[in-house]
Design a protein around this ligand. Structure first.
Ligand code: ZN
Length: 354
């Protein structure tokens, strides 16, 4: 077990936990007691043995809405998601679900946004565990996952394949994409019966996902119970650094309002906002490469309330995502535009997802 710590105040405790973990020792009771003030969900009267067990079972301790002390299994590849371009907030979300071992991780995004790559990275991470059983049901199988039993399905047989896969009671079931009520129904069933479920949904932002699940026929209570975390991702074109030039076309007042961009912000960043031109190095396109932007939230009590009482209202979910420390796709795109990596016009288009 290794430990990652997210705040400066806790870094000392974290270092000691890592040191204990690296020597494969259970952290000392004195050390565990220093964690007491930071544990929201646990009773301060818990014994150090109980804390130790709880840490081992839950793999994380929520210290505040934005801070989570996480215990990672030895050998866990923490870099895999970083390499895909995920930021720490979304990496923590994804790894939190994978470590929990039950519930649904829903990866959203438009076609060709890299959802399958994210899903297979999740699967490979889980398959690093000894004796881990995984069944994948895809239409068709997209990439080989050594150690997993992979089933190729059509849209009409996918639901039945998920049902059949559940009979073998795997630790995790990966469902390529939920397109119909039947797919959703079996995937939700799997998630609330103690399985880890990895799946995708073709909605453009994470905040829209719960409402989409309800409109596909999911019962609010079941969706609220089944979800562990929702992420959404998009691949945005990056500017060719050789030919990009300062942006001449600035956003309209309406676009600025929609994206929460103030005139002051625009004035301050004006020199750094860029637009594409085109040169020999980029084949005249003005762009070179793409980068991933992702947003996400974990299924907190507030998210459950919004799903069951407010039909998964995207605006309310967005507010809760911000409260959890997450930034929306549009916000992140605008931040990237302010560094000159992404064209301002492309970032503004992404604001429409917010
Ligand atoms: Zn160029």
């Amino acid at each position: 077990m290794t430990t990652s710590v997210c705040t400066n105040q806790l870094s000392k405790i974290g270092e000691q936990l890592v040191a204990a973990a690296n020597q494969e020792q259970v952290p000392s009771s004195e050390l565990l007691k220093t964690l007491f003030p930071y544990i929201e969900q646990a009773s301060p009267k818990m014994s150090s043995r109980a804390i130790s067990k709880w840490l081992a079972d839950n793999h994380q301790i929520k210290i505040s809405p934005a801070t989570i002390l996480r215990a990672l299994k030895k050998g866990w590849d923490t870099k895999a998601f970083e390499k895909l371009g995920f930021q720490p907030h979304e990496i923590n979300l994804i790894q939190g679900v994978l470590q929990r071992g039950t519930g649904m991780l829903l990866v959203c995004g438009p076609t060709a946004s890299g959802k399958s790559t994210t899903l297979s990275t999740c699967a490979r991470t889980l398959l690093q565990q000894p004796r881990f059983s995984m069944v994948t049901v895809e239409n068709p199988v997209e990439c080989k996952l050594p150690g997993a039993h992979q089933m190729s399905a059509t849209e009409s047989t996918l639901g039945q394949c998920v049902k059949a896969a559940l009979r073998s009671d795997p630790d995790c079931i990966l469902v390529g994409e939920m397109r119909k009520e039947e797919h959703l129904s079996f995937a939700l069933d799997a998630a609330i019966t103690g399985h880890s479920v990895l799946t995708t949904l073709a909605v453009k932002s994470a905040v829209q996902a719960p409402a989409r699940l309800l409109s596909m026929g999911g019962s609010p209570e079941i969706v609220a119970r089944a979800l562990s975390a929702v992420t959404a991702q998009i691949l945005v074109r990056t500017l060719c650094p050789i030919c990009a030039k300062p942006a001449q076309t600035l956003p309209s007042k309406e676009e600025m309002r929609g994206g929460g961009i103030s005139a002051t912000w625009l004035r301050k960043k004006a020199g750094r906002l860029m637009e594409p031109v085109g040169c020999d190095a980029c084949g005249g396109t003005g762009y070179k490469g793409r980068m991933l932007i992702a947003e996400g939230f974990s299924n907190s009590p507030e998210i459950k309330r919004i799903i069951t009482r407010e039909n998964g209202d995207p605006q309310a979910i967005r507010n809760e995502m911000h409260a959890q420390g997450g930034k929306s796709l549009g916000q992140q795109a605008i931040n990237l535009a302010a560094t000159g990596v992404v064209a301002l016009t492309d970032a503004i288009k992404l604001l429409s997802l917010d």
